[in-house]
Design a protein around this ligand. Sequence first.
Ligand code: IFM
Length: 726
Amino acid sequence: MPDRLWTVKEYPFHPEKLRYYETIFTIGNGYLGTRGSLEERYDGDSPATMIHGVFDHAPEMSVPELVNAPDWTDIRLTVDGTPFQMVTKSSSTLKPPQGLILGYERKLHMDTGLLRRVVLFRAATGATVRVTFERFASLDDQHVMAQRVLITAIDGAPVIELEAALNGDVSNNGVRHWHKLATSATTEQIALSAVTGQSGYAVGMAAVVNAPQPVTPHADPVRPAARLRVALAKDGSFTCDKITAIYTSRDTADAPSAAATKASAAAALGYDALYAAHVAAWRHTWDALDIEIEGDEAAQHGVRFTTYHVVIAAPRHDDDVSIGAKTLSGVGYKGHVFWDTELFMLPPFTLTMPPIARNMLMYRYKRLPGARQKARDNGYEGAMFPWESTDTGLETTPQWSDPLPPDNQRIRIWTGDNEQHISTDIAYAVLQYWRWTGDDAFLLNYGAEIVLDTAVFWGSRVEERHGRYELHNQIGPDEYHENISNSVFVNRMVVWHLEQALHLLDWLQQHAPHTAQRLHESLGLTPARLARWQDIIARMYLPFDDTRQIHVQFDGFFDLEYIPVRHYEPRVGGIWGFLGHERALQSQVIKQADVVMLMALLGEAVGPRQVLLNNWDTYYPRCDHGSSLSPAMHTWVAARLGLDDEAYYLFTHAAAIDLEDNKGNVVDGIHGAASGGLWQAVVFGFCGLHLTEAGPALAPRLPAHWRSVSFNVVYRGETRRFTARH
Ligand code: IFM
């Protein structure tokens, strides 16, 4: 495959897009993610390393957030005394002596998870060097991070001074989470440890610098460093490797010692051996997950890029964490876990690398106590998962927004109260995992309890009104409409959920009667409760307009102001931004796939094909795609409905969300759900992968110019390769 299909390149240097590239060039290994900030730093940058599970609730914050860890990438240089910096001709803020960048290229190698930057730098003395920086977060050993700096004299024979550090001077947008900072520096190792203020997580980092000559340790209470001075001969070069190990108290009782031991062992193996093992792990991963598209290089590149980003965030060895909305690539949404994981990012893993999907489902299982507490606190039974989740499993959605332009007003955020479909979304993911993997042990020990106790929640949540069951005060996927009555998405998904719960109980009764018995007793699945579920299934109100033969998104939706969304093209960002919160609430503008999302999840079970088409014709023109979650789900549904032009148009939109920053907020982090959604749009949408009694099958509906799409799926432990053609 040509290199361009496996790389993302920045050439030349774009200081105005610094933070965009920091997100795009994030590397990671499922344990942590590190933004692509420059080793030597740059004014206005936002470096961050996010380690799964390390949350902290600082006193000045309304909710806990995933903590930006101390910086392991810090390396600074001087060339003949000139500080190495990305000085462009227009830079005026830097003090002399000033160098000059003569050449620059940065590439993310998605096939190997390697970030490489090559810079031609001329010092104030006129000496010129080529500096190549490489870094990777080992996919083979998640505690090992590696950096290499290769410096070659191009013109002259300069003296290079290099300082490789661990930097504890970090924050989350100014909020400091790390306390009890301790550092050390010896000729063998530099080390740093710290503890989060409220949650008490400890981090230990240690780095060994391998260079052609011994390093000089530099003690510092915040930024311990190893220093090196090399006089380069004309045309001479030298390589310096920095191998860093990172542990937290989530991994081991003594994180600093573990880091010290690991850093020494990894450094003894050396950069090349570490890299070889890392590349082998990537090869294995791409063998499992890659989608090959023939006939459309942009599509191929886009799908690889999005897949890369979910892969680097997916926990491989930890079943107590899950992926936040912005993956591990930025501080957006504070690292919180939403439905984005179960319905968008998880299915690619369920179908290709099930142990990773299982880890993320276990994260939810382990948070059933929090979900039960939320149900109790709200006067319900069973398990009610939080809309935003962290390590505790308690609801962590902020109640108020940050001040918003133009008048710095804060608005009330209702999703933590009323976006309750998350419980069903999690049940959906559990059952999808079970059906594809056949992992009965997971179902019996964990999954069934999630599906059933969330069903118990709905049994207590529905309201009997007007001789039927209704649900009020809900928020569906379309979050522009808050606290509505009878969201057809929610009501229909609840019916689906209760049906599945009853089927599951039948299955358990037949195949695992002891488990059935245990769950009947522990969850109180009395005959009366099960009869009520049946009754809800039969009498749940599903808003439908008989005349127009469409589902009605919620009660009163069509009484709202109609705003032709298409008139606002081309726009960057959601219509909500122009209309204002109040007007958006009072209009028919939809934030994201809602009825369309229902059609993606349940397909023809939602209604006959003509009804699905009518729904599409009604809701697609009203949709703002104000959320990045929307275009991929629309692609999936459009492809299934045979709306080829719309499907491809929406696919290109979804594929460009991060690469082209078409939502304008990539600086906050990668849109993880859009990324996982794109994989599904291709596999479930264009290729029509579905499960039959006989196993998985395709029903392709490819864009006209695509020749084929190939991918692997693991079905019940067996890898099957599929190729879809016209
Ligand atoms: O979960 C989503 C939601 O559906 C739309 N707003 C952003 C959230 C996090 O990605």
